[in-house]
Design a binder for this molecule. Structure first.
Ligand code: AHR
Length: 511
């Protein structure tokens, strides 16, 4: 087959599912410089009256993030939420066992919820099911969400937060399958505790959205048995199961590296299969939805992190997980986002891990500037243009094989129709590192649509990066000569080698 030609056909009304806004979620953990010297830096010239950086807030708002998972991650499994409330000067300093850091507790649930409101997001609260359990989860829920008239809700009011935070989405622990987790559990231990915690939390508010912990990654020995056993306890009382996945490029093989989103696809399909198996076994009526609440690339910083935690522990906001992302990293992030959109029927939440400095799309300098990392852009485009109905595509693409993967399509793509704006958007990655690809696109039922714009992220250097000092090395740009309208609903699109593409169409205005 010709490696330079591919076909995509979509049909109006042939819908996979509505893309849930929560798919464009993020994650902020008390880890390294995500919170402290990240979103919160009281001595910075950009700090507002609460100590949060306004320039960071602007970039977070630009990403249009609807929900942010907090406060961990591994951090949450030995966290006492009460340490982070009340007068800051009285808050205890604690050892954070997960990241061998010193936690000052200057930022806690109130400050975070208030910050979320200002950036237009809602918090997604993770509870500690490592060292704690039902009682502390109930206390936190009452403190956050009960209007007034109880000890804990009145305490929140005394702390200056008259209105409840109304946190709707709650994670029942974090990565409890991992031996690195404080309070790690067997699937039966976790399943029982998560189910009982969920049941009690629902007595307070039956409308909460609860997430049962899935596997930490697909290479865990217990995957997918963990999902089978834990869901057999939690099925009736939860709405989602979590998936976590991080990729690397340690072997430096770019073609193989870019194929890894096929693993994301397989992971999603396996977890859906388990959810449906448990549903059948329980003669259940509801579908459990997927919350891909940690996903990203994580490898550039790993050696340095091990060294920091081992040789220089117990500092506040150490430089941990500060991956500086390359252009090719952005391509894989794009492929993962496309994969999520292709599962819009069951994947209803996802959180890019994380938000600032820690494996993040936004990088800041202490006392200095900030930048949009390469990975910022595919996320931004997906969040901006990926809302609506994800459509089934019939795709014919040339394929390649790598060390780990066979039949990898050079073209990774999805089409989303936004019925409100009338826009139709094709997201596409050309994985071919050597050659341009010409895509024949048929948008059946959209014959009256016209080409609007083609946004491209490309670079001659797969290893190009953005930094606060050189923030604009990898930037999206618009192209006018890469899309040809052949006839009604039929377009020819040129995708540059190794590129991320957003091709937008709109209704032709009535003459
Ligand atoms: O995001 C970094 C860490 O990765 C999280 O704390 C943990 O849940 C996962 O292992």
């Amino acid at each position: 087959m010709d490696n330079t030609r591919a076909k995509i056909a979509v049909e109006k009304g042939n819908i996979i599912g509505k893309v849930d806004k929560y798919v464009f979620g993020s994650f902020a953990e008390h880890l390294g410089r995500c919170i402290y010297n990240g979103i919160y830096e009281p001595n910075h010239k950009e700090a507002d009256e609460y100590g949060f950086r306004k320039d960071v807030m602007e970039l977070v708002k630009e990403l249009g993030i609807p929900i942010i998972r907090y406060p961990g991650g591994n951090f949450v499994s030995s966290y006492r939420w009460e340490d982070g409330i009340g007068p800051v000067e009285n808050r205890p300093k604690r050892l954070d066992l997960a990241w061998r850091s010193l936690e000052t507790n200057e930022v806690g649930v109130n400050e975070f919820a208030h910050w979320c409101k200002r950036v237009g997001a809602e918090p997604m609260m993770a509870i500690n099911l490592g060292t704690r359990g039902i009682e502390s989860a109930l206390d936190l829920l009452e403190y956050c969400n009960h209007p007034s008239g109880t000890y804990l809700s009145d305490l929140r009011i005394r702390h200056g937060y008259q209105q409840p935070h109304n946190i709707k989405v709650w994670c029942l622990g974090n990565e409890m399958d991992g031996t690195w987790q404080v309070g790690h559990k067997t699937p039966t231990e976790y399943g029982r505790l998560a189910a009982e915690t969920a049941r009690a939390m629902r007595m307070v508010d039956p409308d909460l959205k609860l997430v049962s912990c899935g596997s930490s990654h697909t290479l865990m020995d217990t995957f997918p048995e963990w999902e089978v056993e834990t869901l057999s306890h939690t099925y009736d009382v939860v709405d989602y199961i979590s998936l976590h996945q991080y990729f690397d490029n340690e072997c430096g093989d770019s073609a193989d590296f870019l194929a890894q989103s096929l693993e994301t696809d397989r992971f999603i399909k396996t977890v859906i299969a388990v959810c449906d198996y448990i549903k059948a076994k329980k003669r259940g009526k509801k579908d459990i939805m997927l919350s891909f609440d940690e996903w990203n690339l994580w490898y550039h910083s790993k050696n340095q992190d091990d060294n920091t935690m081992k040789n220089n522990p117990w500092n506040t906001s150490p430089r941990l997980l500060e991956d500086v992302y390359t252009f090719e990293d952005a391509l894989l992030v794009g492929c993962m986002l496309i994969t999520f959109l292709k599962h819009a029927d069951r994947l209803k939440m996802a959180c890019m891990a994380q938000l600032v400095n820690v494996i993040a799309p936004i990088m800041t300098e202490v006392g200095g500037g900030l930048c949009r990392q390469t990975t910022f852009y595919p996320f931004l485009h997906a969040s901006k243009y990926g809302r609506g109905n994800s459509l089934y595509s019939f795709v014919v693409s040339p394929k390649y094989d790598t060390k780990r993967f066979t039949d990898v399509p050079y073209l990774e793509s999805v089409v989303v129709e936004n019925e409100e704006t009338g826009d139709l958007t094709l997201f596409a990655v050309n994985r071919n590192l050597e050659e341009t690809m010409i895509v024949d696109l048929h948008i059946n039922g959209f014959e009256h649509y016209q080409f609007k714009e083609h946004i491209i992220l490309s670079s001659d250097d797969l290893n190009a990066v953005n930094t606060p000092k050189n923030p604009n090395t990898v930037m999206p740009y618009l192209s006018n000569d890469t899309v040809m309208h052949l006839d009604g609903g039929h377009f020819e699109i040129i995708l540059g080698k190794a590129s991320w593409n957003v091709v937008r169409f709109c209704r032709t205005p009535l003459q």
